[in-house]
Design a binder for this molecule. Structure first.
Ligand code: F6R
Length: 611
């Protein structure tokens, strides 16, 4: 939520920052701004997209080798030009960009107003820069020290970058709870909310930790704790490729990411699965396999699509590894005084690794003595660093706001973990592990076949693009897929949709069914197939329209359904990896036909770093 980018070096800052903001626009897109030093400290900002900001900049002299930029997802104060970042200090000598939420901003603001400060915006962020300037002026100290002292007064989450009119080669950054990466180039530094704006310039990065402050000055980087203890910056080399963050000829990132899934599931499996030996190797969990296998129960915390992957995992872990699993919305878990016993195992699932509720749920679990593990996509993310250990999904950067390839990669990793535990607990025979592993290895190929349905699903989408509501039904492993299909449609096409376990339909939702209601039924061959067929008949008897996702070669359902989408057969445990593909396409094409902004749906942001 909110993207921040900053640059200091010997190049022109504006083009680097604008390009970076475009790469980060998936994090927030209700307004954008930039501060540059050109004799004066100039701030330009505009409600709308980065493209609207570019129009404001058009024709201006932007000569500056230092600058900070921001793309906003509003929390405090509506999206408008004034509330956009950067924010000036009272004297206009300092400017700041901020990602996060300052919880005690009202009391800080009151205190600052009583000391003569006046504010232009309704944001919590503007308070920070006034506070920093107030401390600097009253203590006659360096800006670095002022930032440090200011952050000690702040309650909440922040990643900030501050620049000073009188320090043309200095940027100061601080973080707690919101991500911040520093790219280290040759005599130049890049700061950003994630590595995507940085990667085309350097792959050497430093992830700032909570309560750390970075001072970049005259080509030197110094990191200190907020208690002024010097830290040695740990420079990591990123493996991310530039093309992985570009659209590569696709109209939208979401479409590109849907089509990437055969490859991304393959990447996720590579080097981790050895069917011949019934062996699963997960380097990240190497020393933790026994702890997980001996757990009395596993709790999974996640949000949104990742929660749906968690629900699939509940079914898989319980079936294969015979360990009780509870799946919790992270936001509920953290506020309901959950019972966690020493030795419980808690898994967090998160694409971004930055979701505030998931992070806080993990912190709570850790405090209560649980072993905490992560399944994350973004390398070096906060959750990945907080956990005792974990497994990366290796799906590559996911930029479309609607999660697609991250979901299938999460389910793949969770299946591998379940197999690893099953082996340790002897809950599956080696033969069964070999068979499932071989089947898992064939999933990328099966996903590639499911991807060939795109054109056919586009045609079905044209029929239903104006529907007001959709129902999604599935049973067993396909129930979480129904939830995921409904979420995808809601978030990008703004059509109301609900996912239900197919058998629950009779207990309420059936009242909604009439000739106007499209019902997507995931009816692949498994032990509940006959029951799902009965559910289809119940819908047809009430004139609902059936779009059925079936196993290739199904001879029965095509005679009942209005539309049929075939997917290759696989083991029921693995079916979500294949059956979700048509639902991703359906939501995508409907959204495109309705003229919606698929990659940047209204009100949403990719990383929900506020609770
Ligand atoms: C839906 C979607 C969200 C995320 C949720 C959790 O398409 O993208 O529901 O799944 O915000 O995000 P992560 O996985 O980054 O923790």
């Amino acid at each position: 939520m909110c993207g921040i980018v900053a640059y200091v070096g010997d190049k022109q800052a504006a083009p680097i920052i604008i390009k970076g903001l475009k790469r980060l626009e998936y994090r927030g897109y209700d307004s954008a701004g930039i501060a540059l030093l050109n004799g004066k400290l100039n701030v330009y900002k505009k409600q709308g997209k980065v493209a609207d900001l570019e129009q404001v900049l058009d024709g201006k002299t932007l000569n500056s080798t230092i600058g900070i930029g921001h793309t906003r997802w509003a929390t405090h104060g509506e999206p408008n030009d004034v509330n956009a970042h950067p924010h000036y200090s009272g004297s206009k000598n300092l400017a700041l960009i901020h990602n996060g939420i300052i919880e005690n901003y009202e009391s800080l603001k009151k205190e600052l107003i009583s000391r003569g400060h006046t504010f232009d915006s309704d944001t919590d962020s503007e308070v920070l820069i006034h506070l920093i300037e107030d401390i600097r002026d009253n203590n006659d100290c360096t800006l670095g020290r002022a930032v440090r002292l200011a952050m000690q007064q702040v309650i909440g989450a922040y990643a900030i970058v501050v620049m000073d009119k009188d320090a043309p080669s200095q940027l100061i950054a601080a973080r707690k709870g919101s991500p911040l990466v520093i790219g280290v180039g040759k005599g130049e530094f890049f700061l950003a909310s994630d590595a995507t704006p940085i990667i085309e310039y350097t792959n050497e990065v430093v992830y700032l930790d909570d309560y750390e402050i970075a001072v970049i000055n005259e080509g030197e980087l110094e990191v200190k704790s907020h208690k002024d203890v010097p830290k040695t910056p740990y420079i990591q080399t990123l493996e991310m490729e530039l093309e992985s963050i570009e659209k590569g000829g696709y109209e939208h990132f979401m479409l590109k990411e849907i089509f990437e899934q055969s490859r991304s599931i393959g990447d996720c499996l590579r080097g981790r699965i050895y069917p011949k030996d019934a062996l699963i190797k997960l380097g990240g969990l190497r020393k933790h396999g026994n702890t997980i296998a001996n757990a009395n129960r596993i709790i999974i915390v996640a949000c949104g699509t990742s929660w749906h992957a968690g629900l699939v995992a509940e079914y898989i872990f319980e079936e294969l590894a015979r360990i009780p699993v509870e799946v919790e919305y992270a936001s509920e878990f953290r506020y309901r005084n959950p019972i966690i016993n020493e030795g419980d195992v808690v898994f967090a699932i998160s694409q971004s690794g930055e979701t505030a509720d998931t992070l806080a749920a993990l912190e709570l679990a850790k405090k209560k003595g649980a072993h905490i593990y992560g399944v994350c996509n973004v390398v070096g993310s906060s959750i990945a660093r907080l956990t005792d250990a974990g497994v990366y999904t290796h799906a590559g950067p996911e930029i479309g706001v609607a999660s697609t390839k991250a979901f299938t990669a999460q389910v793949t990793v969770l299946t591998l973990i379940a197999l690893m535990i099953a082996k340790k607990r002897n809950s599956l025979s080696d033969e069964a592990i070999k068979e499932l592993s071989r089947e898992l290895e064939s999933v990328p190929e099966k996903v590639a076949i499911a991807l060939e349905n795109a054109a056919e699903i586009e045609k079905i989408s044209a029929v239903y693009k104006d529907a007001k509501n959709f129902l999604y039904l599935g049973r067993g492993y396909n129930f979480p897929v129904a939830l995921e299909g409904a979420l995808k449609l809601k978030e990008i096409s703004y059509i109301h949709a609900e996912g239900y376990p197919a058998a629950e339909m009779k207990h309420g939702p059936i009242a909604l069914i009439d000739e106007e209601m499209p019902v997507v039924v995931i009816a692949t061959r498994d032990s509940s197939y006959d029951k799902v067929v009965s559910n289809i008949q119940e819908v047809k008897a009430r004139k609902g329209k059936i779009i059925a996702v079936v196993t290739k070669g199904d001879a029965l359902i095509p005679s009942m359904a209005d539309h049929v989408i075939e997917v290759p057969d696989t083991h029921p445990v693995l079916m979500p990896l294949v059956s979700v593909i048509p639902l991703q396409f359906l939501s995508y094409y409907i959204a495109v036909m309705r003229g919606c902004n698929v990659d940047q749906p209204r009100n949403l942001a990719k990383s929900v770093t506020v609770e």
